[in-house]
Design a binder for this molecule. Structure first.
Ligand SMILES: [Zn+2]
Ligand SMILES: [Zn+2]
Length: 124
């Protein structure tokens, strides 16, 4: 079982929780690979909260398929490389927020990247 606390995945504004099990499995796999607890900054967002934080209207957070994550002591670059080793994220969405020091990962059905510095691109 994942060691992150499932309540961390709920909407931070109303506590609602709606999570695609594939996201949980992928986060667990990532956590096992890096052998450190993943800090979940934001996972599920209800539409109201998503609007309030300026999220994209069709954000995967609303579908319970995305998480914004950070790992203490691990750079966002290193976390990005680790996420590429998890098939559900490699074949899904990964957004790099270098300046705000977190990674967005989601389990959409097609590979999609943003914010990846050119020298870090995974040439897919
Ligand atoms: Zn909410
Ligand atoms: Zn996100």
């Amino acid at each position: 079982m994942p060691s992150f606390i499932v309540s961390e995945l709920g909407c931070s504004h109303c506590g609602h929780l709606f999570i695609d099990p594939r996201l949980l499995e992928a986060l667990d796999e990532l956590q096992q690979n890096i052998k450190q607890p993943i800090q979940i900054l934001s996972a599920y967002r209800c539409p109201t909260h998503n609007r309030a934080v300026g999220g994209a209207p069709r954000s995967y957070h609303i579908r319970g398929q995305a998480a914004d994550i950070r790992v203490h002591g691990l750079s966002t670059r290193a976390l990005y490389r680790a996420a590429l080793c998890v098939p559900a994220f490699r074949d899904g969405g990964i957004g790099v927020y270098l300046h705000r020091n977190y990674l967005h990962v989601d389990v959409r059905d097609c590979p999609y990247r943003w914010g990846v510095p050119r020298h870090m691109a995974d040439h897919q």
